[in-house]
Design a protein around this ligand. Structure first.
Ligand code: PGA
Length: 260
């Protein structure tokens, strides 16, 4: 089932969320959303509103981050159980901006992935190489090590519950997405790494989505790649119209099969 998700980052008040959901409800009324996995990741303050506003649309709600502990003295943090409590089914972990601005580490991401799975939240595990890694030909190596740190506590049978979001750091917030041939190579590499470490069943089952400057001009080309199971969209889907555009493009690809 193809995936479309949008991380709203630090955007949208509760009143915007109600309008966004109403527009999406209308704009996707003729699309069979049961054939897609759709999610939005509002800021924490909007989760309750979003859960109500999107109910019955088939669009799941998720957090943009969480702490790995269940509860305790962790000022400013929220737990997997708290996300569940407000209706979340998904959570993004290890987004590039968490590294860039908040000193996140993949050791922490590994703890968060395990806590999310224990609490029945679907982790959207973000991976991505920096521009220097790319230029020096180290992308594969960097992604492999991010993956191993993030999955240290995950058993192979839990892998299909994880969505891998390949988001090259140099392609986030830019004018253009990564080149499709490059995306294909990285997605193939990630799947091959999963196969090598966790077996072919896990490799076939895990979903890998692409994120980084996705918009209506590139969504179709990216979705046409056999290895791309969906799209993770930032700026372009901060408006309901943008989200609707991308969902419609992805829905048109839903009959696509797995890699040959
Ligand atoms: P962008 O963000 O689509 O605005 O580049 C993508 C992301 O950060 O997931």
């Amino acid at each position: 089932m193809p995936i479309v998700g949008s991380g709203w980052k630090m955007n949208h008040l509760r009143s915007d969320i109600a309008d966004y959901a109403a527009a999406v409800r209308k704009g996707l009324a003729d699309v069979d959303t049961t054939q897609l996995e759709l999610f939005v990741l509002p800021p924490f303050t909007g989760l309750v509103t979003a859960h109500e506003a999107f109910s019955g649309t088939g669009i799941a709600i998720g957090g943009q981050n969480m702490h790995w502990a269940e509860h305790g003295a962790f000022t400013g943090e929220i737990s997997a159980r708290m996300l569940r409590d407000v209706g979340c089914s998904h959570v993004a972990l290890g987004h590039a901006e968490r590294f860039q601005y908040f000193g996140e580490s993949y050791e922490a991401v590994g703890l968060k992935v395990a806590a999310a799975l224990e609490n029945d939240l679907k982790p959207i595990l973000c991976l991505g190489e920096g521009v220097e890694d790319k230029e020096e030909g180290r992308a594969e190596e960097v992604l492999g090590s991010q993956l191993s740190m993030a999955l240290t506590k995950v058993s192979p049978e839990d892998l299909p519950r994880i969505i891998l979001a390949y988001e090259p750091r140099w392609a986030i917030g830019q004018k253009a997405a990564a080149d499709p041939a490059y995306v294909l190579e990285r997605h193939r590499g990630l799947r091959a790494t999963i196969e090598e470490r966790h077996g072919s069943a896990a490799a076939a089952a895990i979903r890998i989505i692409y994120g980084g400057s996705v918009d209506r001009s590139n969504a179709g080309t990216l979705m046409a790649l056999q290895e791309v199971d969906g799209l993770f969209v930032g700026r372009y889907a901060w408006s309901a119209e943008g989200f609707i555009d991308i969902v419609r493009i992805v829905a048109a690809h839903h009959s696509k099969g797995r890699m040959p």
